[in-house]
Ligand binder design. Structure first.
Ligand code: PPS
Length: 289
């Protein structure tokens, strides 16, 4: 079985059908004071954060059926810079771009969500298998995908090249750095942190406990598993859902011991001496049969 297919565009792998001209125009977008970016490597909790942000902004109302989160909090390099510039203020923007490429403004806010690379790889595998038109990998195996992930030969490139430069920004006042795992273990605390990061108006909103509880409830995995047309295009029924499993540690039922060792080695090499080395507990990272 072949590897996934991509559109190769100026050294970037893009999903097939992803407009390269929008990617280029996304890179030229001039960030504005008041913009809020959600920045992630793929499959690290982007959609979850998009919905939390949207709900906070809409006073605890969940995204209704018939709307799509990717039109509300659009993906910069998919829709292009003109689309984003035309959004009403304040703009909420999703991007998978690296730190170096993400449009910067000192008064814009950047929410980064990191997820351990093991679970990210598994989630990315099902994503790549599921979006048949984008990757032509419907019958692809995890073993094949894993090699591509390990080599950084997937869309948006190498996981660690994304994570490390963003970890270095972690303590800047206009950056909120969260992990998927922390969001899972205490989602209420993550929502409260986010409100404080967004500013006084948002803190006032969550002082209304009905708003806080509504955001918590409607952004839970169980709720977001319903009406999934709000997050992504529909997939054939025999394939896994976009909101798939939402677990920490699911990777342990997918990786072989050799694969675990290979990614652990890369993790250690790439994160050595950086704050990324300590983002996840050993319990999450350790492989046990
Ligand atoms: S994408 O395509 O890059 O935008 O994907 P992304 O949204 O970053 O990641 C998808 C994974 O996030 C899980 N997810 C959630 N987990 C817990 N709670 C909530 N509410 C939630 N919403 C999305 C989703 O299930 C994908 O992870 P996996 O492991 O595949 O289930």
């Amino acid at each position: 079985m072949a590897k996934p297919s991509y559109t190769l565009h100026k050294n970037f792998r893009l999903p097939m059908g992803f407009p390269p001209e929008c990617f280029d125009s996304g890179l030229t977008y001039q960030a504005q004071a008041g913009d809020t970016f959600i920045v992630t490597y793929p499959k690290c909790g982007t959609t979850w954060m998009q919905h939390i942000l949207w709900m906070l902004h809409h006073d605890g109302m969940p995204l209704p059926l018939g709307k799509n989160i990717n039109l509300e909090v659009p993906h910069l390099e998919e829709v292009g810079g003109e689309f984003v510039a035309a959004l009403p203020e304040p703009r909420f923007i999703k991007t998978h771009l690296t730190y170096e490429l993400t449009p910067y403004h000192p008064e814009a806010k950047y929410i980064y969500v990191a997820r351990n690379p093991f679970d990210c790889a598994v989630s990315f595998y099902y994503h790549t298998k599921g979006f048949i038109k984008h990757y032509d990998f419907a019958e692809g195996t995890f073993d094949k995908f894993f090699l591509c992930f390990l080599a950084g030969e997937v869309d948006w490139g190498d996981y660690f090249e994304h994570l490390i430069p963003w970890v270095e920004q972690k303590n800047k006042p206009n950056v909120l750095f969260l992990t998927y795992e922390v969001m899972k273990s205490d989602p209420k605390a993550a929502i409260i942190d986010l409100a404080h990061f967004l500013g006084h108006a948002y803190v006032k909103k969550i002082e209304n406990l009905q708003i806080l509880e509504s955001v918590l409830d409607h952004t839970s995995f169980a709720r977001m598993s319903k009406d999934q047309s709000r997050w992504s295009s529909q997939r054939p029924a025999h394939l896994t859902n976009f909101i798939r499993k939402g677990e920490v540690g699911d990777w342990k039922s997918h990786f072989s011991a050799a694969q675990a060792q290979q990614l652990t080695q890369k993790f250690r090499e790439k994160t050595k001496g950086t704050e990324a080395a300590n983002l996840w507990s050993q319990e999450i990272l350790d492989f046990r049969f």
